[in-house]
Design a binder for this molecule. Structure first.
Ligand code: BDP
Length: 579
């Protein structure tokens, strides 16, 4: 398995399998068209596309070019949610658990160049206590109350169980299917499997290259942004020295990128990277030795028609809206995003907090669920995939787990993951896990992280509509954090806002309230030096599960789902211009 993103160059070839495939729910007779990559859920008026829990089948023919004779050939899925079984001419050739990270299936020995075969991909959208993200396995509804104990409601719930329900334990629509690109990839048989780059500010770049085969050493050459060779060296590992190094700086600085051109036998791979250093010192977060303040809304991969499907046009539009907002960062709430987004952020200088799909762990029973090994595997795969991106400056182990009802147990679960992230990351970036609104004074996990990330909804879910009380409460909490001597980022805060709903008096759900809410919270944040970041929730309105607290999705966006700014977007644009 190679973690390298597929590339077309003088030695490698890819065929993009995007287009219209055949699709059906397992058990159906007939096939219907479906677009790949995209979530399948919004592509039909059949309610099963939105509601059905189970396996779906995708099918198409694939042909290996005759010219690929003598090459290593594989199928590369950038992701398929949540579990995927891959079949060739009806025979299983691969299985992957988890819906947000890439995997490969080798075709050598299964198909010859020049041959055509039928490819079937079964994706499973079910979520439960063994998946990340977590499904509720039929307990309490995520939104609203299930009125436990009322006989008629209990009867209704039993009926739901029998029909098979698949409730997310998280606040975003459970979009699934083949949501990211699928490609046929050909490389030389003896190929470059992985490249790791650890640059330092003085221009020294520690590198290691993993190859399939070891007959001749790899050759590494560094090219500057103009393509001029600035350093070179032979070997599988070593140190290259770039003279007069130019740094990768977050926006509005210059995100300068170099390329490591690695050759090994007949193979070639060009890995972009940036020279930048990330460090936590006291209550400061330093990028290239300079204090960095995070300001940018958290995101989702979410849009009309595509659902969670990769869409390069949407990515470029969103990043340009980040520039318009004067924002410099986002968190990949609540799962690793498509690789193209990190490539874009490398290029555009937008900083990323990269998060695993460990979301929905808000029950303390989670610590008895046996998730730790799988969680560790996902963390490992995420770091392996994203380790060379200069835009990634911090790892988030997960979102809003229960960390205060059994503080010791929670610590036993999260601390090994924290240590693993440090061990696994060759660049040893800071590590965090995002805390929910809880008994912070009992919590042992959140304050043990390198940076404290807290989601707070004073003035929305609690002290609703009363921003004076919300400020008082938030200040009370911030006074407590001051005693912890840690850098703190407000990693979520927001108010549902219906675009176009106004009020001369700022009341909940109006655009005026959203602005007043952010004014109030900013007032508190600006008083504290140890607060090094603010990440409003959310960049744009997004689809989520049905429930009495959601009107056509989660409406906490600064933008509508079709990316029109609400008043609060204009407000942040002004605020961040001056930061
Ligand atoms: C936070 C969650 C986020 C939700 C948000 C909300 O981390 O996923 O969408 O609340 O309720 O608790 O809007």
């Amino acid at each position: 398995m190679s973690t390298l993103y597929p590339q077309n160059n003088a030695s490698r070839m890819t065929i993009d399998l995007g287009g219209v495939w055949d699709f059906r729910f397992q058990g159906d007779e007939s096939w219907q068209p479906i677009a790949v990559p995209a979530s399948y859920n919004d592509q039909s008026t059949d309610p099963r596309f939105r509601n059905r829990a189970g396996i779906t089948e995708y099918r198409r023919k694939i042909t290996l070019p005759a010219a690929w004779k003598g090459m290593r050939v594989c199928l590369r899925f950038d992701a398929a949610a949540h579990n995927a079984r891959i079949l060739l001419n009806g025979k299983e050739i691969g299985f992957h658990r988890g819906g947000f990270l890439p995997f490969e299936v080798e075709l050598n020995g299964l198909m010859r160049p020049g041959e055509t075969a039928e490819l079937t991909v079964e994706t499973d959208n079910r979520i439960n206590h063994d998946t990340l993200p977590i499904g509720t396995e039929g307990e309490t509804a995520f939104f609203g109350s299930d009125n436990p104990g009322i006989p008629a409601v209990e009867a209704g719930k039993r009926m739901q169980q029998e029909r098979g329900i698949n409730r997310p334990a998280f606040d975003f629509f459970n979009y699934t299917g083949i949501q990211r690109p699928v490609r046929l990839v050909a490389t030389p048989r003896k190929y470059i499997r992985d490249i790791t780059l650890v640059p330092s500010l003085n221009g020294a770049v520690r590198f290691s290259v993993e190859t399939a085969g070891t007959d001749a050493p790899a050759h590494v050459e560094i090219l500057d942004a103009e393509g001029i060779s600035v350093a070179r060296c032979d070997g599988w590992e070593g140190i290259l020295q770039i003279p007069e190094p130019r740094l990768w700086e977050p926006w509005p600085g210059t995100p300068y990128l170099y390329t490591a051109r690695v050759t090994y036998g007949d193979d070639l791979y060009e890995q972009p990277f940036g020279i930048r250093e990330v460090k936590v010192e006291g209550t400061r977060f330093l990028i290239n030795g300079k204090p960095f303040r995070f300001h940018g809304p958290c995101k989702h991969e979410d849009s009309p028609f595509h659902g969670r499907g990769t869409d390069p046009c949407l990515n470029v539009t969103d990043i340009n809206l980040y520039h318009w907002l004067n924002a410099n960062c986002f968190r990949t709430s609540h799962y690793p995003y498509a690789e193209e987004m990190y490539q874009l952020c490398d290029r555009e200088g937008i900083v990323i907090v990269d998060e695993t799909p460990a979301v929905g762990m808000w029950a303390s029973e989670q610590y008895g669920w046996n998730l730790a090994d799988y969680h560790l595997q996902v963390l490992k795969d995420m770091i392996a995939r994203d380790k060379n991106h200069p835009c990634v400056v911090m790892w988030s182990l997960g979102n809003e787990p229960d960390t205060d009802s059994q503080p010791e147990k929670a610590y036993e679960y999260w601390h090994p993951l924290y240590e693993a992230a440090h061990r696994l990351d060759p660049q040893d970036r800071p590590v965090t896990v995002v805390g929910c609104q809880n008994r912070y004074d009992r919590d042992k996990v959140i304050c043990s992280m390198d940076v404290v990330l807290i989601n707070r909804y004073y003035g929305w879910y609690n002290l609703s509509g009363d921003l004076e009380a919300a400020k008082y409460a938030f200040r009370t909490e911030l006074e407590w954090w001051e005693t912890q001597h840690k850098p703190v980022i407000l990693s979520e805060y927001g108010a549902d806002t219906i675009a176009g709903l106004h009020g001369a008096v700022a009341e909940m759900f109006t655009e005026e309230y959203q602005v007043a809410f952010y004014e109030a919270m900013s007032e508190c944040l600006d008083e504290r030096d140890f607060v090094i970041g603010e990440m409003p929730w959310n960049f744009a309105d997004f689809a989520t599960c049905q429930g009495p607290m959601r009107v056509g999705g989660n409406r906490k966006g600064l933008f509508t789902r079709d990316r029109r700014p609400k008043m609060a977007a204009h407000w942040f644009r002004e605020r961040w211009k001056n930061l």
